[in-house]
Design a protein around this ligand. Structure first.
Ligand code: RB5
Length: 159
């Protein structure tokens, strides 16, 4: 798995920030899979958020970064996908905690609520902060169990 590959996506509300993040990542030696949009037209965040979250969910990329106006819509979408731990972060503290405690694999940012400089600092911090493991593994295992229980509940309702 390529640790240096980061998937990126946004809607129009996060587009400018996505572009800035792409520049930062390329400058810092990361590879970027930009899932769009590729212009400022108005688009629907579930379409782009789902595209990225599906890649992370299926293990095709390890890390993703999503941006919309507030980050809220992308957050709701991303966390529908199994194996996704999407974290809506507003500052360096939430970014650090989302890695150390939650092992977040998708960082979610609000393009209309964060200054670009702060957002880029959050991205830098998030990407270099390791998961602490230990007691947090137990909690993540409980989240995984919830996902599996919800899945089997859905399956049993179908049959
Ligand atoms: C788009 O206007 C806006 O609703 C979207 O970017 C996001 O903030 C949704 O949560």
């Amino acid at each position: 798995m390529n640790e240096k590959m980061i998937a990126l996506a946004s809607d129009h509300g996060g587009y400018a920030l996505k572009e800035a993040i792409r520049g930062l990542l390329l400058n810092e030696g990361y590879q970027v899979e930009d899932l769009g949009p590729h212009g400022t037209e108005s688009v629907d965040y579930p379409d782009y958020g789902a595209r990225l979250a599906a890649l992370v969910s299926q293990g095709e990329v390890l890390w993703g970064i999503l941006a919309c106006g507030t980050g809220i819509g992308m957050s709701i979408v991303a966390n529908k996908f199994p194996n996704v731990r999407g974290a809506l972060c507003h500052d360096l503290y939430t970014a650090t905690m989302s890695r150390q405690h939650n092992d977040a694999n998708i960082l979610i940012l609000g393009g209309r609520v964060l200054e670009e400089k702060v957002a880029l600092e959050i991205v830098r911090t998030w990407l270099i902060t390791p998961f602490e493991g230990d007691r947090h593994n137990r909690r993540l295992a409980k989240i995984k169990a919830l996902e599996e229980n919800l899945f089997s509940l859905r399956e049993s309702r179908r049959s």
